[in-house]
Design a binder for this molecule. Structure first.
Ligand code: 5AD
Length: 358
């Protein structure tokens, strides 16, 4: 089978065999990549038209109990200037974002246990009371079922928790003892059961990642069937154990975005900050490869450079919520349109290209 044929099969059946994926990934020509992006773009178009959803990202705490080897805000990094926004400051971000047109707010933080079940629930309730037309997405790591349930009752709609890698051994090589993949998976299944629109995802090109690891990521996602999938290239941070490791590949990230779009037509797929950081046209290329979500930074400007997950993480220009005009112009230049409704996932529609024909 040629890669051209594999891409056709992937679009029609939303799946390949392990060796099919392996062949595809290992032997991609520039023409194959273009074809993949074109087919993924067509599928995205059928499901979401030319709409691009925007989410206001509020990085509310960079305090973290975890010590992931790749992450700039890991507990052992003593050089980080730690901060935690107050409820009032979070509300100020939300109000500003609402004025800018955002109807989804992503509360993302390190695993900061100061935000207890009750404190977090109170933040969620305040947002949903003042802005009932908005969706609240949480991204604050591994917590208990009770906490996830409580926050869902408080009004949270979505939860992002990347699985990072679906291979146990690789997971152990990226995380210190004490963190493990079964617990990560368990959290994701609990989140789904609790009624969240759930997001998983992985880094592309993290140290030690093999082709087989990437195929495991695709298989895991097929089992979980998340509403959202966040992927971006691994980018080294100077004050982590992975300082000096090579960055993940821009091209491979784009290819995987296209593959994910073909496998999961209705999934919400962001062109992430890491993709925008690795290349100046990363966001646009991500959209053209099949992504349909952007998450501009809405954090207070004074804390933005303190949430540095990797070196040179972008938070200005089109990455900044305050620069929506620049973003809109750039998105429109590649044929898309920014939409400011909640932008819920369409994964609950019957899957399969035919179901979306209009
Ligand atoms: N490079 C790329 N992505 C990273 N993340 C954390 N550290 C890095 C890094 N060095 C990603 C992880 C995490 C998300 C919030 O950011 O996948 O889930």
């Amino acid at each position: 089978m040629t890669n051209r044929e594999r891409i056709g099969k992937l679009e029609a059946e939303r799946d390949l065999t392990d060796s099919g994926f392996l062949q595809l990934l290992q032997n991609l020509t520039p023409e194959d990549r273009e074809l993949l992006a074109a087919r993924a773009g067509a599928v995205r178009e059928r499901v979401y038209g030319n709409a691009v959803y925007v989410r206001g990202l509020i990085e509310f705490s960079n305090i973290c109990r975890n010590d992931c080897y790749y992450c700039g805000i890991r507990k052992s990094n003593a050089k980080v200037d730690r901060y935690r926004l107050t409820g009032q400051e979070i509300m100020d971000c939300v109000r500003e974002g609402y004025g800018l047109g955002f109807r989804t707010f992503v509360l993302q933080g390190g695993e900061d246990v100061w935000f207890t079940k009750e404190r977090m629930a109170s933040v969620i309730r305040r947002i949903k009371e003042e802005f009932p037309d908005c969706a609240v997405t949480l991204s604050l790591g591994e917590r208990t079922r009770e906490e996830y349930e409580c926050w869902r009752r408080a009004g949270a709609d979505r939860y992002l928790l990347r699985h990072e890698t679906a291979d146990e051994e690789h997971y152990r090589s990226l995380h210190p003892p004490g963190m493990n993949l079964p617990r990560r998976r368990e959290c994701l299944y609990v989140l789904r059961e609790t009624g969240y629109q759930t997001g998983a995802g992985f880094m592309v090109g993290s140290p030690g990642q093999t082709w087989d690891n990437l195929i495991s990521d695709l298989r895991f996602l097929q089992q979980l069937r998340p509403h959202m999938i966040g992927i971006g290239p691994f980018l080294a941070h100077r004050d982590t154990p992975f300082a000096g490791e090579p960055d993940g590949s821009y091209e491979l990230t784009l290819t995987l975005l296209s593959i994910l779009r073909l496998m999961f037509p209705g999934v919400l797929l962001p062109a992430t900050t890491a993709l925008g950081t690795i290349a100046p046209d990363g966001r646009e290329r991500g959209l053209l490869a099949g992504a349909n979500v952007l998450m501009p930074n809405l954090s207070p400007v004074r804390v933005r450079d303190k949430y540095e997950l990797y070196d040179n993480k972008l938070s200005t220009g089109a990455e900044s919520a305050q620069c929506m005009e620049e973003l809109r112009r750039r998105v429109e230049a590649v044929g898309f349109r920014i939409v400011t409704d909640r932008g819920d996932s369409r994964t609950d529609l019957p899957e399969g290209p035919k179901a979306y024909k209009t």
